[in-house]
Every structure is written in C-alpha cells, then in structure tokens.
Design a protein around this ligand. Structure first.
Ligand code: COA
Ligand code: AMP
Length: 629
C-alpha cells in the first residue's frame, strides 16, 4: 500500500486502523476499543487497556531473546566517553532504580522531575518512572532555576532526579545550585532528590534530602513493571505558551505506545535492530519520543549524543558518529545543519567518513529553508525529509512517510498529513480555505493516539488554548497553506511563540521578565530572523521617567535578567531602549509590524495605528542594532 491508500484506510475506518496498530504492543489486558469519546472534546485512546510502557521498551525484547542487542549507545565528545548498553543491561539498571524509588515511597501517579543532561542515566530515570507508574517531567538543562521552580510547583513532584552538572562547550554548568535555588523558590517541596555525581563537578548534598545516585540504589530490590491503565500518564512535558506559565502537556501510556511504534517504521523506515539517531536533547519532545521511547519500543538502537554539531570537537562530529555506529537515519533540527554548513560549506568533513549506512535525514523543530535542504541533499546524497510536529502531538502531524512510500520532496514543505490527522486550513471565521490560501492550520478532532488529551490539571486552559477559536478543531498555533497535492506549508506562528535554534520560546514570558526590572515601564519582545538560529528574540524597552540610569546599563541588566530567570537557552542578547512603543488605538502593541521592519520585509501601515511617527523611531532604533541585516 502506498501513502494515499494507507491514509484513506485510516480515514475510512479510524477505529480499525488504530486497533490494528495496537496489535504490535504487549498488553496486560488489550483495549476493548481504540477511541473513547464520552468526554468530548476531551478524547482518550485505549483507555481501558492495561499496559506498561517500560515493559514494551525493554523487558519484552529481553523476553524475546534480544537481551544482547544494543539499546542505547552513549557518545559524549564533551567528556571523551563512549558506552553501549544492551536491552538486558538497561532493563536491570532501570529495574534497580525503580525499586529504589518504590522503596522510598514513589508509586503510581506520583510525579518525578528529572533535570539531567544527555547521559544514559537520564533515560534510565525516565524508564524507571514508567516502570512503576510514576509520571516523569523532564526539564531541559538550559532552563534557569526560576523555570525549574515553576515546573516543580505545577507538577508537585515527590522526587527530583538530577545530575550534578551538564557540560557546554568550554564550560561546566553546575546543575545542583540551580536545583537548590529552584526548590527554595518553589512553594512545593519534593520529599527527596537523587543526584548523579559527575566527575567534572561533584555537588555538595543536603543531608536527609539528597541521595547520591549509586548509594540510593544500593541493596534495592529490582522492581517489576506495574500494571497501568491505558490513560495513566507516562509523562508531563512543559512547553512554552503565551505567558510565563508553561503548559504541561500530558502523555498517556497506551496511545503513546501505539503511535510511536507505528511511526518508527512508517515514517522513519526503521526496523528492529537498526540504529537510529535523534540528535536532540531528552529535555525536548524529540528527545522523549525519538531518543528514549520510540526506538526502544520498536527494538532498535538509539544514540544518546552529548555534544554539539560543531565545536565538539569539529564540524565532522555528526559524520563520525554516523559512520562509527552505522546510523540508518539521523533526525535533527535545520539549525544544526546551518551551523555545520557555515563552518564546512564544501562538506570537506563529510568526505572523510564512510556514510554509506545513512539512508535518510529527517529535520524538524523549525521550517527547513531551501538552502539547508539542498546543501544536505547534495552533500549527503540521501533524501532529506522535513516533517512538522509539536510538543503537544508527540509525533509528526505531517511528514513524508519513507517507510510506506517516499513521496516527491517539495522544498519548503514538511510533506503530507499522517494518518490520524485530518488537517485543514481555516480563515478567521472558521471557513475552510482552498489550495494556496493562507490561514490557520487546524486538525479536526479527535487528535490521534499519542497526542495530548489535555494539559496537566488544567482542562479549562487546554480547552481555551487549543479548542475555543475553531470549535471542533485543534488549533495548532501555526499558519500556512496546502497545495493542490495536499502538501502543507508552515509559514508562521499565530501566537507569541518564537523558534530559536529549534527551541520553542515564549516572547510573552520574556516580556514578563523584562517588565519586572524596576526601571522598565513597558516593553515588547519580538522574534527577528537569524541566519543561524532561524529566529532571535529582540527586546524594546521604555524606561520609567527619572530612572536616572543609562540606557546601556538597563539593557545589560535586562539581558542578564532574562538569562537568570529563563535561562541561557532563551538566547536573549538584543535589546534597545525606545521612547514609545507603536500601538493600535485600542492599545495593542504592533509586534508583527515591528518584526517586519526588523526583517526588512515589506509592511503596510496598520489602519488602526495610534501614532504612525512611532514606527520611524522604531526603525531608527533597529538601525542602531544593525537591523534589517
Ligand atoms: N544546559 C545549559 N546551557 C545550555 C544548554 C544546556 N543543556 N543548551 C544550551 N545552553 C546554552 C548554550 O551554551 C548557549 O549559551 P551562551 O549564550 O552562553 O552561548 C545558550 O544556551 C543558547 O544555546 P543555543 O541556542 O543552543 O546556541 P549554541 O550557540 O550553543 O548552539 C547550535 C547553536 C545550532 C549548534 C545548537 O543550538 C544546536 O545544536 N541546535 C540543535 C537544536 C536541537 O537539537 N533542537 C531540538 C529540536 S529537534
Ligand atoms: P515544539 O513544541 O518545541 O516542537 O515546537 C513546535 C513548533 O515548532 C510548531 O508549532 C512550529 O511552529 C515549529 N515547527 C516544528 N517543526 C516544524 C517544521 N518542520 N516546519 C515548520 N515549523 C515547524
């Protein structure tokens, strides 16, 4: 069957399609049906099944005689370490940590926050939670203490599992002071913390609250997999919304298992035993789905790479990893390729390695620009597949499903909708638009298995954020269009989310931080185009009268403040003081127009603008920052 037939087979019988896909999962008790829509618009999948995700990711492969197969390859150019862990070894490590957590009272439904860099113990911790039904919430290492505190207060974890440090090129990031600061700031206090002591930075432990990783597990009885309900969450992952309060995306066990398993072969063309590499971070959804869960559920080998595409040690590091381990498919963000291309435009590093094992390159997280697409196609000689998804969906909404059929690649498009997703483009009034017409991209409800049923303890926010603008549809927050062949084109966000180096950030959250500076009366943050990172945040600050401070001082303090409160990952380094902000007569800041001016794009004077002269002042301020580039 080709893509069209597969998509049609889903459309004509969604229930049958997903029940068939569910046969690949080892159930304790199989689901009686796929979709549970009694609580629409809250939809659930395989709710009455009984299952354990860790069993499906590890134990069942060992039981099937594949215990010696490599599950995880750890390659860390920043520490010079390499290691391989078989399925049997992973199962044993995970069972031991799970047993130790259980012995300390962590049980089904309890939350555990994981704050770790790209080390194998991060995956062990995630699976240990899944084994005993604890709900993990991984927080990306590049977030500051304040962001960690917000997540601790929302998830209210019984325990935190952290590492003493992470390693960024040229510097060691001590995680423990950030964790201590976060716990101090948070209203909710976890019962205990488990700390992985890394040799580059050993953290002082707080007596009675903190346990060292090995000592914590010593003498623990390995835990068996706990039987869970299909709708029990396996994890919560926080993502940026319009405000500083992140959204807790909930991922139930059963739908996640079925959808991820289906995607490994159909979308990525990966079979059990193949080597798959998602060069991302366990703190992001790509890391959850395609470093940890999907490759293991499917019985393939996953690479855990602690390094960067460039500088660790050079722009050939990706090619070394691919050739050394026989990687069949690589998945990363376009920004990683732009970073490599910038240093090695002629692909001299690529020529040094035998990459004959590589069959496909997958890119996501941001739009793949045509330059990057063609450079990668040219230099690697394999299909380069852009695909589009979100933290909320957990797997691709649109892709080119190479495991079913490699469709023609169209530049600028992440491909066609995957089974389960009925994607439409609507105008502001909710009318469906024709081919080539730009509008809001939505998915007709229900969303497929593996996607979010709601936000963590925030049903109303879920409804308001995603379901209220276009009743009957899930609003993706992306705008774009379809072409005559049904290919999608994702052009922009319709909200305050920007995309910096493949990382999703909220300009609203940055504005909240800037506004807290005592000299800032008002501010706006926009995303401006950047050749490497896709977008960069840029701040405009109006100061209180009589603040008596120089603009440079305030700008420097504001940049530092965002770094401290949100984290270095915000990459907030551009800010300027202005007299006034351009607004509509009703007082809405014209961020879109400011962004167009900064990007050097054509723009129209908004009819509702209060004072057009302010845009001249903004244009001048932008020139001072060297924009448009
Ligand atoms: N812990 C602590 N700090 C971190 C961090 C982590 N886990 N990850 C990033 N940071 C810091 C960086 O060191 C940098 O700090 P600096 O301001 O002192 O330089 C800052 O956060 C911004 O990071 P980033 O935007 O990633 O920029 P970079 O210059 O370090 O690297 C790329 C640029 C393109 C090489 C890098 O972003 C990359 O590899 N991107 C791939 C993206 C990706 O995998 N996305 C996931 C979706 S698929
Ligand atoms: P995240 O939740 O961090 O995965 O970010 C999701 C958002 O990133 C999407 O809503 C898009 O705005 C953007 N995005 C992800 N993948 C793509 C893609 N292939 N093309 C265009 N935008 C993308």
């Amino acid at each position: 069957m080709g893509y069209r037939e597969v998509y049609e087979s889903w459309k004509s019988d969604p229930e049958g399609f997903w029940m068939k896909a569910a046969e690949a999962i080892d159930w304790v008790k199989p689901p009686s049906r796929a979709l549970f829509d009694e609580n629409a618009p809250f939809y659930e999948w395989f709710k009455d099944a009984e299952v354990n995700t860790c069993w499906n990711a590890l134990d069942r492969h060992v039981e099937a005689g594949n215990g010696d197969r490599v599950a995880i390859i750890y390659d860390s150019p920043v520490t010079g370490k390499k290691a391989k862990f078989t399925y049997a070894q992973m199962r044993d490590r995970v069972a031991l940590l799970a047993g130790a957590l259980q012995a300390r009272g962590v049980a089904r439904g309890d939350r555990v926050v994981i704050y770790m860099p790209m080390v194998p113990e991060a995956v062990v911790a995630m699976l240990a939670c899944a084994r005993i039904g604890a709900i993990h919430s991984v927080v990306f290492g590049g977030f500051a203490a304040n962001e960690l505190a917000t997540r601790i207060d929302d998830a209210r974890p019984k325990a935190v599992i952290a590492a003493s440090c992470g390693i960024e090129p040229g510097r060691v990031i001590a995680y423990k002071p950030l964790l201590d600061g976060a716990i101090e700031m948070a209203e909710h206090k976890p019962d205990f913390c488990v700390i992985l002591q890394r040799e580059m930075e050993r953290a002082p432990l707080i007596e009675g609250r903190d346990f060292e990783w090995d000592a914590f597990q010593q003498g623990a009885a390995p835990a068996e997999c706990v039987t869970l309900r299909g709708d029990d969450p396996v994890y919560i992952l926080y993502t940026s919304g319009t405000t500083g309060q992140p959204k807790g995306v909930v991922r139930p066990n059963a739908g996640h298992l079925v959808a991820l398993h289906w995607s490994m072969k159909a979308i990525y063309g990966i079979d059990p035993g193949d080597v798959f590499w998602a060069a991302s971070d366990v703190g992001w959804v790509v890391g959850h789905s395609y470093i940890c869960y999907a490759p293991l559920i499917q019985g393939s080998t996953s690479i855990l790479f602690e390094g960067k595409p460039v500088g660790t040690p050079d722009a050939g590091t990706f090619w070394r990893v691919i050739s050394e381990y026989g990687v069949k498919a690589l998945f990363t963000a376009p920004t990683a390729f732009r970073a490599i291309k910038r240093i090695d435009p002629d692909g001299e590093f690529i020529a040094k390695y035998d990459l004959s094992c590589l069959q496909t390159l997958f890119l996501a997280g941001e739009r793949t620009d045509p330059d990057t697409l063609h450079w990668a196609e040219d230099k690697l000689g394999v299909p380069v597949i852009d695909h589009w998804w979100q933290t909320e969906t957990g797997w691709a909404i649109a892709a080119n499903p190479v495991g079913i059929e490699l469709l023609p690649i169209k530049e600028g498009s992440p491909g066609v909708p995957m089974p389960g997703y009925d994607v439409r483009v609507l105008d502001d009034d909710g009318h469906e638009l024709g081919a080539g017409e730009l509008g809001a991209i939505v998915v007709k409800l229900p969303l497929p298995p593996g996607t979010l049923p709601t936000l963590w303890q925030a049903d109303e926010r879920y409804r308001k954020s995603y379901l209220s603008t276009f009743p009957g549809y899930y609003e993706t927050g992306d705008a774009g269009y379809k072409d005559d062949d049904g290919y999608l084109y994702i052009m922009a966000r319709t909200d305050d989310v920007i995309n910096v180096a493949g990382h999703r950030l909220s300009t609203g959250a940055m504005e909240e931080v800037l506004a807290s500076h005592p000299d800032v009366a008002e501010c706006a943050v926009i995303g401006v185009k950047d050749a490497l990172k896709g977008q960069l945040p840029m701040g405009f600050l109006c100061l209180n009268a009589g603040a008596g401070r120089s603009s440079d001082e305030v700008v420097a303090e504001c940049i530092q403040l965002v770094r401290e409160r949100i984290g270095p990952v915000a990459a907030f380094k551009l800010a300027v003081v202005v007299e006034r902000l351009p607004k509509t007569r009703s007082g809405k800041i014209l961020r879109g127009t400011m962004a167009k001016i900064a990007d050097g794009e054509e723009w129209k004077m908004p009819a509702t603008i209060d004072d057009p002269a302010i845009l001249d002042e903004i244009t001048e301020a932008l020139k001072g920052l060297g924009y448009p580039k």
